[in-house]
Design a protein around this ligand. Structure first.
Ligand code: NUP
Length: 275
């Protein structure tokens, strides 16, 4: 089963387009969790166990694991394999390099870690992305318009596209992503903090492309607006990522119940609007 099929299946089974971000930060862990990679492993496994009927995907961000060196990589691999087999894992690593190097990044993410999809940075162009696209069953989710304030530094600049039209750079990326979608395995990242552009981008790419939408919760993005503008005509394929406001719902030993509560609050809104 490829990434998109797995994503659809999980979303329909759980009636949810919530993706819980698994970003371990020692300073935010509940007080009863031991502040070591093995303590974090226990914490993340509890959160996965308590939310696995509420999500369409999980998204570990590689940086939060790399900070622990070799133990962090082992932790990342163990967490990815702990996620139930019918729920896709999106590795957020924003990779991209000369083709020869991207090939190694792709092997690390897909062959070694066992992720179902990866986020990539398109700045270096097609030959930096094709080694990922070449894994036909894996999702390749391209940064398009990111949630951070400084995304406007480059992404919103007006540029001339190949048909001589002047459009913002993020639209060039979306149009190019469509052209790269020969294996039906491309997705886009568009921040929840950019609701108008999100709607515009959904129209531009049509109904078949998954859009990963981070920024709801801690970054202030609006859930309903993100669903309304990011979903396709059937109310699908807007993957709403929430990391901190689900993971760190409580500093106390009741964290499992509180994480579930926060996830369920988001999913209840999704169910009332989309399912
Ligand atoms: O544009 C982006 N914004 C963003 O926050 C692209 C991302 N991949 N992310 C990631 O989503 C970010 O690195 C983090 O892993 C997650 C958002 O976390 P939170 O704000 O819900 O805690």
């Amino acid at each position: 089963m490829n990434f998109k099929e797995k994503l659809f299946k999980a979303a329909l089974k759980n009636r949810s387009w919530l993706c819980v971000g698994l970003d371990p930060d020692i300073s935010k862990l509940p007080s009863n969790i031991v502040k070591t990679p093995s303590g974090i492993e226990e914490f993340l496994k509890v959160v996965i166990d308590t939310t696995k009927d509420l999500v369409c995907a999980y998204k570990p961000n590689s940086a939060f694991y790399e900070q622990f060196g070799i133990d962090g990589i082992a932790l990342l691999k163990s967490i990815i394999s702990f996620v139930p087999a019918d729920i896709p894992v999106i590795l957020d690593a924003k990779r991209g390099d000369i083709g020869n190097t991207s090939k190694m990044y792709a092997a690390a993410a897909f062959d070694y870690l066992g992720a179902d999809a990866i986020t990539v940075n398109p700045y270096m162009g097609f030959d930096s992305i094709w080694p990922f696209l070449d894994y036909k069953d894996k999702g390749v989710i391209i940064l398009c318009l990111t949630s951070n304030l400084s995304s406007s530094d480059f992404q919103k600049r007006q540029v001339i596209d190949i048909d001589n039209r002047q459009i913002p750079l993020y639209q060039v990326i979306a149009r190019t992503a469509l052209a790269w979608n020969k294996n039906d395995n491309v997705g886009l990242v568009v921040g929840a903090t950019k609701p108008e552009e999100l709607g515009e981008l959904r129209k531009l790419v049509g109904d078949g492309i998954p859009i990963l939408i981070p920024g709801v919760g801690a970054q202030g993005g609006d859930l309903e607006m993100s669903l309304k503008n990011g979903s396709n005509k059937d109310g699908q394929l807007a993957i709403i990522n929430v990391s901190r406001s689900v993971l760190y719902a409580s500093k106390e030993s009741d964290y499992a119940a509180k994480s579930r509560e926060n996830a369920l609050a988001l999913v209840s809104i999704m169910r009332s609007l989309l399912f």
